[in-house]
Write a protein that binds this ligand. Structure first.
Ligand SMILES: Nc1ncnc2c1ncn2[C@@H]1O[C@H](COP(=O)(O)OP(=O)(O)OP(=O)(O)O)[C@@H](O)[C@H]1O
Length: 313
């Protein structure tokens, strides 16, 4: 559905997207992650046919974004980060106007406008001026617009930004419900979103591809980076004893809880020190009331990957 080969995009000599390549298969929901300024919006604009690439090739549904831009726009429902909504139009009026631009007519138009308003929960504000709507409603009008012509591919730039938790859940369920008829590429800062609905994660940083994998695989790769939390009571130099465990990379001691000392042990990749800690406690006569392995979140994964990437200005 999406094929990106060696894509670059420069703005006035500044490389915003730096030789990235990836594929998205039909029916996949792919999360596009990266810190602010990573190049997500730029990539999405190029993929939607709204901006030409500086070099490289992008094909959507077999169509080249540059040469076949009309076909690409027909295949793509694009929701930009800041949707250029006409603030002096009413919601339904706006969607009908957008529908006309997308070639909808008559009964089809009425049916589709009604459907997308329902799907995106904006029917109750259909007669209100867009300029008077909250950001959450505007986001959902923009999403309704992207869905209007039933495009096989949706490219959504932060579709849940500005929504409250209930609305976020609604949009997430809406997107999950579009599977498998639609392919979705969505950028987000909410890692939970990725873990819950995405089949795959593409991470970029400084315009470069950092990772392209399933959320589960990424977590597994980085599982090695877990830390162990211990709450222990006992005599002697507990900290020094923990430091003597070869696989322990770093220790932080947290404020004591009464008699109990609390430690977080950062462990060398691939090691699990929980048994060693238990054995140590038995030998030293300590009491342990908590010992658990904390797995990294996707955010940890991102921070770790980004840290290993040399940063160029
Ligand atoms: N129209 C533009 N002209 C010049 N530079 C731009 C333009 N748009 C974006 N940039 C720059 O390109 C880089 C990538 O920006 P982009 O908006 O694609 O990142 P992003 O990952 O979407 O960030 P955010 O999450 O903040 O939206 C940034 O350094 C940004 O300042």
């Amino acid at each position: 559905m999406i094929s990106v080969q060696d894509l670059t995009k420069q703005y006035a000599g500044r490389l915003a997207v730096n030789h990235i390549s990836f594929e998205v298969q039909p029916g996949e929901i792919v999360g596009f992650l990266g810190p602010n300024g990573a190049g997500k919006s730029t990539t999405m604009r190029v993929l939607s046919g709204y901006m030409p690439p500086s070099s490289g090739s992008v094909k959507i549904n077999g169509y080249d974004v540059f040469r076949d831009s009309l076909e690409v726009r027909r295949s793509v429902g694009y929701m930009p980060e800041t949707a250029p909504l006409y603030t002096d139009m009413k919601v339904k009026e706006y969607l009908r106007f957008r529908g006309e631009l997308k070639g909808l007519k008559g009964r089809d138009m009425r049916r589709r406008v009604g459907e997308v308003m329902d799907m995106c929960s904006v029917t109750d504000v259909r007669r209100r001026l867009i300029g008077n709507l909250s950001k959450g409603y505007r986001q959902r009008v923009a999403l309704a617009d992207a869905l209007l012509h039933q495009p096989p591919l949706l490219i959504l730039d932060e579709p849940t930004a500005g929504l409250d938790p209930v609305q976020i859940r609604q949009v997430r369920e809406l997107l999950a419900g579009l599977r498998p008829k639609h392919t979705i590429l969505l950028s987000t800062h909410i890692l939970q979103e990725v873990e819950q609905i995405c089949d795959r994660v593409i991470m970029i940083h400084h315009g470069k591809l950092l990772a392209n994998d399933t959320p589960v695989n990424l977590m597994q790769k980085l599982r090695a980076l877990h830390q162990v939390q211990v709450e222990v009571q006992g005599k002697g130099q507990i900290l020094t004893d923990f430091e003597s465990i070869p696989a322990v990379r770093k220790i932080s001691e947290e404020p004591k809880d009464g008699e109990w000392s609390r430690f977080t042990l950062r462990v060398e990749p691939g090691h699990d020190v929980r048994e060693t800690v238990m054995n140590l406690a038995t030998t030293k006569g300590w009491k342990i009331r908590e010992l658990h392995r904390q797995l990294p979140t996707l955010e940890d994964v991102f921070v770790e990957l980004a840290a290993s990437e040399p940063i160029k200005s």
